[in-house]
Structure formats: structure tokens, C-alpha cells
Design a protein around this ligand. Structure first.
Ligand code: NIG
Ligand code: FE
Length: 399
């Protein structure tokens, strides 16, 4: 007897965001590939059919979307979820006027080192579940709160049990033990620590910023990782101007993340990469650190591919809500609702070099977000409202 995976038709969708550019421009803009009064058929973990509801083929099961909007699940391509403890006091002090500095990272490093592997994993799972409930179906996450060979490797082992998008960030800040000798720490990150971490990771990252790692150190970290088969991505130009963005483009990094302080040369470099290096904007960080917003409009007008992500971490951006980031991007960063939703789905997929997520087209993973709202615009129009009515991940209904 042949065992064909179960098929499910989701119909009653008022507004289907496919992100399929071949569908051509619609009144919702050129990129979202919106189909009105639509249906989607999933088989096993894949989408196998999309189109007008009236043409939908028969399936084993049926779900009525009750007039809601269906979007690709959010792709959060930048988080820091392997950590312990929180930084409530630091946040409160900041809201009373204290500036954000990367120095707070050391508080989380101490708590993370003191936690057991089981505690780190439980905390990660809790945050992934929290993100899933809000529509996020793909999550990148990273080390960076261990900063010893064993603590970094442990963080990555934990992460790799829950996502394939794992990033080695031993170069988050100089470990406290090496405070007087940053060069020795870079040697460790590019040597013994890389040996222990590379088998668990797909990506390598560095915090290229004053107070963390300079351009030469960042280059050494990224090229060492690249030589071991890891693909670069860079924390760049978050707190001030610097070489991070241009280095990311030069080394063919998948993403330059933050991009808050950019010169014209930085914007030109990103544009010249023709989408190879995505600018990943993280407005949760600007919200929580009271920093100036990244200028998404300037990047988009220059032809740069833009992604939106949460940067979820206990210091600079303790939110797992992609919907919140979409709302901030629309309200304060010059993005249209279409651009922001594309950036939070297809943009995140581009930043992770994934063709199977961030779209609802035949062959894509059945990662779907159903909103109790008539279109994606409501994510920005009704900020803070729990609009998520259903979430499927790999064809399995999770919410
Ligand atoms: O992306 N910028 C560096 N790392 C994090 C902040 C980490 C922290 O404050 O704990 C970020 O914002
Ligand atoms: Fe970050």
C-alpha cells in the first residue's frame, strides 16, 4: 500500500501573501505576490498548490481561514537566545537616561557560564516557543555569551539541537580573562575555539564596533571562519560609524546586521553587492537602547536588499516579536507595510541564503502564519494586538 502524506487545503483566505514575484505587481505592491480569496494546499511538510479558492483541488483535510490573511512564517535571521539571566536593572537604568554600551554583555556572560546545559536549553526552548506563538517559524541563533572554548562550544551544541541556523560568535566582546590582551583572545577565537565550534555552526559572526573588535580583528575572525567552511555575517555599524559594513561586503558576508550608522560609501557597498550581502535591520535594539532608527528608506532607495529581525537578547533588544519589529519599521524607519513584511519573511530568508522559506509557493516548506486580520498591513496598523490565529511549521499546525 502506498503511503502518500496527508494533504490539507486551507481555504477562506482573504489575502494570501506568497512573495512570489512571478505573480507580478498587484495593488499591494510589486513584491508580495498577493492572491485574493485564495487557498493553499499542503502535503506533508511542503506547499504543493496555491491559487484562487474556487480552483482548489480536493484534499484529505480542510481548514477554514475564516477570512484571515495568510503569510509565510516570519524568518528571524538574527537572535541571541543561548543565554541565562536577564538585565532588567540595566534596562531600567537606560530608561532613566543611562546610555547603552556593549559592557552589559559581560553580565550575561557570567550568568551563562554559571548555568547548566539543561538550563540553557530550557531557556532557549522557552524563547523559541514564544517566537513560534507570534508567527516565527525559522530562527537563527548564536553563541557569544560563553567566551571560553567550552562555553562557546556548549552554547552551539545546545542551539544546533533546535535550529540549523547556528552562528559562532566567539568574537562578541573580548572575554574578561583576556581584557588586557585582545590579540591573544582573537588568537583563541580563530584557533582552539574555532576548532571546537566549527562543527556545530553554519555561520561565523563578529561584533565589529568600537569597544568590541576593530576592522583588522574582525577580518581575522571572519577569514579564519571562512577557511573552515563557515559563512560570514557581521554585527556592523550599530553604535557608530566603522568598517564593519564594508568588510561584510568585501568578504561576501550573507548579511551586515544593524546598519544604524551608515556613510554613503557603506550604502554604495551594500548596493554594489546586488543582494549578496543583505542589510539586516534590528529596530528592537534601537527601541530598547533609545538609539536613532536605521534609515531603511535610504537603503531601499539605493537598491539594497533589506531584512528585518528581532536581535532578541537580554541586553539590547529583549523582544521575540517580529510583528513588533514590522510595526517599528513602518512607523519609524520609512518602510511601507509591504516592504516591512517582505523584509521579515523573504528578506530574512535571503539573509540566511534559504530558498525554501519566506515564501508560499509550490515546493516551499509549509511554514505559514494565519492572521485574524484581512491583510498583512494590520501587523503595523494594529501594533501590539495578538493577531496570530494559526501557525504551521513544516506542515504541522503548532498554534
Ligand atoms: O546585537 N551588538 C552586539 N550584540 C547584541 C547585544 C548583546 C547584549 O547587549 O547582550 C546586539 O545588539
Ligand atoms: Fe545581535
Amino acid at each position: 500500500m502506498s503511503t502518500r502524506p496527508t494533504t490539507t487545503v486551507i481555504d477562506g483566505i482573504t489575502h494570501l501573501v506568497t512573495n512570489d514575484p512571478s505573480l507580478g505587481p498587484s495593488d499591494d505592491g510589486p513584491r508580495l505576490g498577493v492572491i485574493r480569496d485564495a487557498a493553499v494546499v499542503i502535503e506533508g511538510d511542503r506547499v504543493v498548490w496555491t491559487g484562487a479558492s474556487r480552483n482548489a483541488p480536493a484534499a484529505d483535510d480542510r481548514v477554514d481561514a475564516r477570512g484571515g490573511a495568510l503569510l509565510p512564517g516570519f524568518v528571524d535571521s538574527h537572535t541571541h537566545l543561548v543565554f541565562a539571566g536577564d538585565r532588567t536593572e540595566e534596562f531600567s537604568a537606560r530608561m532613566s537616561g543611562r546610555p547603552y554600551t556593549a559592557g552589559g554583555i559581560r553580565t550575561t556572560v557570567a550568568a551563562t557560564r554559571a548555568a547548566t546545559e539543561a538550563e540553557l536549553e530550557a531557556n532557549l526552548v522557552r524563547h523559541l516557543r514564544e517566537a513560534l506563538r507570534q508567527g516565527t517559524t525559522t530562527v537563527e541563533t548564536k553563541s557569544g555569551y560563553g567566551l571560553t572554548v567550552e562555553d562557546e562550544a556548549r552554547s552551539l551544541r545546545v542551539a544546533a539541537r533546535h535550529t540549523s541556523e547556528v552562528t559562532y560568535l566567539g568574537a562578541h566582546v573580548v572575554a574578561p580573562e583576556h581584557a588586557g590582551d585582545p590579540a591573544a583572545y582573537v588568537d583563541l577565537v580563530t584557533g582552539e575555539m574555532l576548532d571546537a565550534c566549527a562543527p556545530h555552526a553554519r555561520w561565523i559572526d563578529v561584533f565589529c564596533e568600537r569597544g568590541a573588535f576593530d576592522g583588522d580583528q574582525a577580518r581575522a575572525v571572519l577569514t579564519a571562519g571562512r577557511d573552515r567552511g563557515l559563512i560570514p555575517r557581521v554585527h556592523a555599524n550599530q553604535l557608530g560609524h566603522g568598517p564593519g559594513v564594508r568588510l561584510a561586503v568585501e568578504l561576501g558576508a550573507a548579511s551586515a546586521d544593524h546598519c544604524t550608522h551608515l556613510t554613503d560609501a557603506d550604502v554604495d557597498a551594500l548596493a554594489s553587492s546586488a543582494g549578496r550581502t543583505v542589510a539586516t535591520l534590528l529596530p528592537g535594539a534601537e527601541f530598547s537602547t533609545r538609539a536613532p532608527w536605521p534609515d531603511a528608506r535610504r537603503l531601499l532607495d539605493a537598491g539594497v536588499t533589506v531584512a528585518l529581525s528581532t536581535d532578541c537578547n537580554p541586553g539590547s533588544s529583549y523582544t521575540s516579536s517580529m510583528g513588533f519589529c514590522v510595526a517599528l519599521a513602518v512607523r519609524d524607519m520609512g518602510m511601507t507595510p509591504d516592504e516591512a513584511v517582505w523584509a521579515a519573511t523573504a528578506g530574512g530568508a535571503a539573509a540566511l541564503r534559504r530558498a525554501d522559506v519566506g515564501r508560499i509557493t509550490p515546493g516551499a516548506r509549509a511554514d505559514l502564519l494565519l492572521l485574524d486580520a484581512p491583510s498583512h498591513v494590520h501587523l503595523a496598523y494594529r501594533p501590539g494586538v495578538p493577531l496570530v490565529a494559526g501557525v504551521w511549521r513544516g506542515g504541522v499546525r503548532e498554534v
